[in-house]
Design a protein around this ligand. Structure first.
Ligand code: NCD
Length: 312
């Protein structure tokens, strides 16, 4: 089924075949994302960035993707300067925005906000993170990073480390890993474990999933170590955050017994989870991961808005 004109709210909106198609298209977009080749498939298109939560990579890589495809953006980067400050509802804001642009990329602190936005908009809506819910476009670039590093996704053993309770990147990624037959190892402080409904959904899919509290042991046979930041902004209570803050740290000593090809990934920003000494080692995949956001978002916008390119 074509992606043309569709919303992307949850990674569950995509089949394995559709994900494979996006990754293949994204690979072809790399030279265009680097600026060595030029494309104009979105030349007549305007994409609205509606960001109601802080963002660096996601918003700028989306904007870069639009511009690299010859399109234009209108941007809300700070909700406090919009009429929502005057009490306007998200529904009204998005409904109006959908008459100003050809697609809307939304990030919002509330889980479910992107789904609501999709109902308000008659243009495609892409979820760039809804609270502790989903972050499907991040998952696509995470998968491309793994596929580049290992030539395949199936059978990879992936450790998901950190805040599995509030981390939307891992909520989306775990589903995709299950789709591709990866082995999922969950390593989290007990209070930040993957919520039961998410865990049950994965088990229902037949996912190979297990918990491993000991990080050193989890890493030993891993192909990918996917590190996440503790989502401080989602804690109701600062003392609860302080109890888990700094409870894991990835440094050279920890990776001593890891496989030589272990890829350390992180959606970023990191706030102390990965020591900078890892940056110059072959394990560090997180900066490449951040770059791959551009070709992935180009491929996605191209498929949704331009309906794919003729002649590839
Ligand atoms: C993540 C997010 O916003 O969920 N960042 C990103 O999009 N690259 C991860 C995070 O903020 O910890």
């Amino acid at each position: 089924m074509s992606l043309h004109g569709r919303d992307l709210i949850s990674i569950r909106d995509l089949s394995r075949e559709e994900i494979e198609g996006i990754l293949a298209a994204a690979k072809k977009m790399i030279p265009y994302a680097e600026g060595t080749k030029v494309l104009h498939t979105l030349a007549d298109k305007l994409v609205a960035m509606a960001f109601f939560e802080p963002s660096t990579r996601t918003r700028l890589s989306f904007e870069s993707a639009v511009h690299r495809l010859g399109g234009n953006c209108i941007t809300i980067a700070d909700a406090s300067v919009t009429s929502m400050r005057k009490g306007e509802s998200l529904y009204d804001t998005i409904r109006m925005l959908s008459s100003y642009a050809d697609a809307i990329v939304i990030r919002h602190p509330n889980e479910g906000a992107a789904r609501l936005a999709a109902r308000a908009s008659d243009r495609p809506v892409l979820n760039a993170g809804d609270g502790a819910g989903q972050h499907p476009t991040q998952t696509l670039l995470d998968l491309l990073t793994m596929q580049e590093a290992f030539d395949t996704l199936s059978g990879l053993r992936v450790v998901l480390l950190g805040d599995l309770k509030f981390g939307r990147t891992v909520h989306s990624l775990a589903h995709a890993l299950a789709l591709f037959g990866c082995e999922i190892v969950l390593t989290a402080p007990p209070s930040l474990a993957l919520p039961d409904p998410a865990r049950r959904r994965l088990e229902h899919m037949g996912a190979h999933i297990r918990e491993e509290a000991d990080l050193r042991r989890a890493i030993r046979d891993a192909d990918v170590l996917y590190v996440t930041r503790i989502q401080k902004e989602r804690f109701g209570d600062e003392t609860e955050y302080r109890e888990v803050a700094g409870s894991y740290h990835v440094d050279a000593d920890l990776l001593r017994d890891a496989k030589p090809r272990l890829a350390v990934m992180h959606p970023l920003p990191r706030v102390g989870e990965i020591s900078p000494e890892i940056d110059e080692t072959p394990h560090a995949a997180y900066f490449r991961q951040a770059f791959l956001a551009v070709p992935v978002r180009m491929a996605l916008l191209d498929a949704i808005l331009a309906g794919g390119r003729k002649g590839g």
